[in-house]
Design a protein around this ligand. Sequence first.
Ligand SMILES: [Fe+2]
Ligand SMILES: [Fe+2]
Length: 298
Amino acid sequence: MTGGLQQSDTAPDVGSGAARASYPRTRRVRFRFADGPIGKYFVDDDIVFSHFVAGLSGGFPPGEESFIRSVRRFADQISDPGLRKRVAGFIGQESTHGQEHRRLNGRLIEMGYRVGWYDRRSVIRAQKWFEQKVHGHTHLAMTAAAEHYTAVLAERVLTSDELQALPGDPEVWNLINWHALEELEHKSVAFDVYRATGGSETRRIAVMAAMMALTLPFVLSSLAVSVACDRDARRRPLRLARETHRLLTGPLFRGLTPKLAQYLRPGFHPDDIDTTALLDRWRAELFGTDGALLDHLK
Ligand SMILES: [Fe+2]
Ligand SMILES: [Fe+2]
């Protein structure tokens, strides 16, 4: 399906037909989770926050594989060479994210987190069945909307001193920062494929409205189940209440709805939110001359 799509490993550049966008770069990285023990509550010794991050990590690999399938459904209709190159970078980045999160998820499962179900064969089968039942542009609109979620969260992670100051396992932080950087690098690719292949504004906005209605209940209920399955956590109801309040009013969730709702505006484009300077700073920080993750590149 992806015939002719080569993964880009070149410096950012401007693609024709997508003047504000750049080519996402596929970096083959490998994190070293096995090098040291990860504390059970690996984010700020916070039970709820740690379960939340574990749930995100559990959902990423199958979610990102669905994103890739949604874009590949339209690969044959993309004629713009710049966009084809960006799609190749998007696929390369998302598949690497999935691989590294699966490696982290293996550790999380050993630590007692119930994140294995996301990857269960029956769940993947149901996911693929659903994808085939909906219109290709609905599937792609779901990806474009999800990419807005990840871009908003990524921007928060990379700009918030409060989040960056949270104590946690350093290698998990490395993974989060690398993933956030690349989410911002490719934030408009699925969106531009959707537009270039004739996806309508009505469908794009309707899909996002539905996702905004469903996401919070899904996230909160899966978080509640995850915490409820944790015997140590169950014994501390007051701490759980305090930490849940702190998570929902903290730098990740505070003011999140208006940021997500920007996507509902007719004519919105992900590059309307300028993250160029932020990307430059983090590219240098992680992969520049003295980049913190240079030694993680394969
Ligand atoms: Fe990703
Ligand atoms: Fe993404």
